[in-house]
Design a binder for this molecule. Structure first.
Ligand code: ZN
Length: 250
């Protein structure tokens, strides 16, 4: 039951995250005007606003001008649905599940915006770090805040040092994004996320260069890999941390 509810909530949230990915970089309001076709401006009807079903009803095309609705909208809705279902069914309706779901949502938006615009807006990271610290306070009082503040400093500091040494490999957006992850997951979860980001980023870089899609000089945004590492860590928290950092004993 929680699985089905999680999927539905996740699909609805995923639909909103798609709006965020499209509008935040353009400086548009997230609420008004309502969802519309970016080409002809036609407003979406009630049925078309339903996640997943709306997409299938119009066969992925605007009803008025036949403009294609990008497939990533559907992937985002189904993907968010599956992630929410998995987190809620394995962690229950708990504070730690809500903590994971907020961070997963932020990570999805950051990945979407960074992969298209090569920036991670401050509005996605800075204010939400306070939310991360507050979630720590709700779950562990003063000690909860402390462990997450440590996560902010350690993860933000780590990426800051790497950015200084590598000169251009990682930017300010990545530093703040990693600090955000630290504010939600503390040091162990943050480090696990970063380790997965580095491994998957390196593998993707090698594959893209081998296929000739990217050259050595092309910059591949790192944010989507931080997102991937973060989402994997949130969904498989215990397994990931015990796998990546067995010596931490956490
Ligand atoms: Zn249209």
């Amino acid at each position: 039951m929680l699985k089905l509810a999680g999927f539905i909530i996740g699909a609805v949230v995923g639909s909103f995250l798609g709006v965020c990915i499209h509008r935040i970089p353009r400086g548009e309001s997230l609420i008004a005007p309502g969802s519309h076709c970016p080409k002809c401006g036609a407003r979406l009807g009630a049925a078309e606003l339903i996640p997943i079903i709306g997409y299938i009803l119009v066969w992925g095309r605007c009803r008025h001008c036949r403009e294609r609705v990008p497939l990533w909208h559907l992937i985002l809705e189904v993907g968010s649905g599956l992630l929410f279902a998995k987190v809620l069914s394995s962690q229950g309706l708990t504070l730690s599940a809500i903590n994971s779901l907020i961070l997963i949502s932020l990570a999805i938006v950051a990945a979407g915006i960074d992969s298209r615009h090569k920036i991670i807006p401050d509005s996605l990271t800075l204010p939400w770090m306070i939310v991360g610290l507050l979630m720590g306070a709700f779950s562990g009082g003063i000690q909860g805040i402390f462990s997450r503040a440590l996560g902010v400093l350690a993860l933000g500091g780590l990426v800051f040092l790497i950015a200084m040494v590598s000169r251009g490999g990682m930017g300010g957006g990545d530093i703040k994004f990693m600090a955000l992850v630290g504010s939600f997951l503390g040091v162990p979860g943050g480090l696990a996320s970063f380790a997965i980001a580095c491994i998957t980023g390196a593998i993707a870089g090698v594959i893209l260069m081998a296929l000739g899609i990217k050259s050595r000089r092309d910059e591949i945004p790192f944010g989507p890999f931080i997102s991937l590492g973060t989402i994997i860590t949130c969904v498989f928290s215990e397994q990931v941390i015990s796998l990546v950092f067995p010596w931490l004993g956490l």
